[in-house]
Design a protein around this ligand. Sequence first.
Ligand SMILES: Cc1cc2nc3c(=O)[nH]c(=O)nc-3n(C[C@H](O)[C@H](O)[C@H](O)COP(=O)(O)OP(=O)(O)OC[C@H]3O[C@@H](n4cnc5c(N)ncnc54)[C@H](O)[C@@H]3O)c2cc1C
Length: 487
Amino acid sequence: MNSLREHCLGKAGACTQDVLVVGGGINGAVSAAALAAGGAKITLIDKGDFASCTSQESSNLAWGGIKYLESYEFGLVWKLCRSRNRLMKAYPEQVREIRFYTSIAKGFRKPRLLIYLGAVLYWFMGRCRTRPPRLLSRNAIRREAPMVNADHLAGGIEYSDCHFVNNDAHFTFGFIRRMLEKGGAAINYAELIAAEHRDGIWHCTLRDHAAGVSFNLQSRIIINAAGPYVDRINTLLGSEGPFRHLFSKGAHIIVPRITETGHVLTFFASDGRLFFMIPMGRRTCIGTTDTRVDHETAEPTTDDVQFLLDNANALLRRETPLTKNDVIATRCGVRPLVVRKEHTEGKADWTALSRKHELDVHTDLKTISIYGGKLTDCLNVGDEIADLAESFGIPIDRSKVWFGESGESTIPDDLDEIARMEPSEIRRIVDEAMVVHLDDFLRRRTRLELTTGRNALRTHPGLIAVAQIIFGTEADTELDRYFEKRR
Ligand SMILES: Cc1cc2nc3c(=O)[nH]c(=O)nc-3n(C[C@H](O)[C@H](O)[C@H](O)COP(=O)(O)OP(=O)(O)OC[C@H]3O[C@@H](n4cnc5c(N)ncnc54)[C@H](O)[C@@H]3O)c2cc1C
């Protein structure tokens, strides 16, 4: 059993918390980090692992939303650019500028020059903090990006945005680590299953899925940061408000590295939407799809994978086309998109629904729900939550810095390297990283699941050795459970 998790369980139950944060995705993690740094007594729970839902399935881009210029959402782009710049400044190692190489087909709905002017406007809206955009001729694309099939192109543009170098889930866990350092308690595999508001206090029942037992926790405030499950939690709390979530499924595939240039290759897919090929170490991540779904969870279908492969093949110049045999792993999640309750049944162009966030506040029940949003906007969410907690009478010391790079160690993305470490060192890092199951380690604290094929992982002697150190006599059960799930 993870001793840090045990410690947090004891701490959470010991006294009434100022704040219970439900959900350990990016929105819950920033809320918890901002409040813990300010001195609040806080517990964060997640029914799965931290960042095991939407915050592990994104495109890993910290971006100002260039595509929203087409729908004239200038205010949103202005704000997102500012959020991106804040992240870039605070996380120079983890949020880095990356060049986007965008191809524009002949006869595309907007002329190439207009798109270039849009990119220049975008650069200005980003306060010129990145390298300026370039207009690309077809010959320039042929010369500089020979892997792109330029035959049907009018040309293209090159511009900058940012990406999360170590992945979204890893970035999210950084905030959890920070809130732990500031005295907060974080418990993964703990689900809120019931709650009652009595005499100004929330009396909550939680299910500890790791131990198979239930326990109680009391808190003054509840922050509902349950991502796609926000509406469900509000039903459970009796705190429904004016907003609801609609869900858009987005799938990515990961294939062997397509380009050596380090650029993100950007195209307009057959459905007219922006489509990315994003470097991921030795791999390339291709995505994404955008289909409306009715449920909080989603799996990539054969059609999703085929759509991504077909579009990639149409846009690349390759000797042999990519096939499903090249797919090393998939990522798939639902974007929780905020709408007003009365618009849930509407026939609006829902793919154009805004990606902004909304906070729904119930002063009588002392609940705050975080709807919608993007990873890029996370620092603003943390600040806004701290403001609201103060307005609920929780003293928050706003002079304390709650985000920024702190040089924390990361688990290497290399099983051989991990297996060469001292067993006590491996135990220490997985304990500090609150690893409960093998997928926490392989998918979220490292990227091994995304970059290593299932069969290569299964037979890797390093994995068996590491599993024995982490899980002891339970290693075989854990390995079987993991590979059964990944089948
Ligand atoms: C395909 C795709 C691509 C995207 N690309 C980008 C991008 O490039 N850049 C960007 O900025 N944004 C992107 N986004 C958006 C971004 O990923 C999301 O806005 C963000 O991750 C949402 O975070 P969250 O914390 O609200 O939700 P989540 O990460 O889903 O976290 C909610 C958590 O609540 C937990 N939970 C639910 N119910 C309970 C309960 N009863 N008890 C305890 N815990 C519970 C869940 O287990 C979950 O871990 C993308 C999203 C998708 C789907």
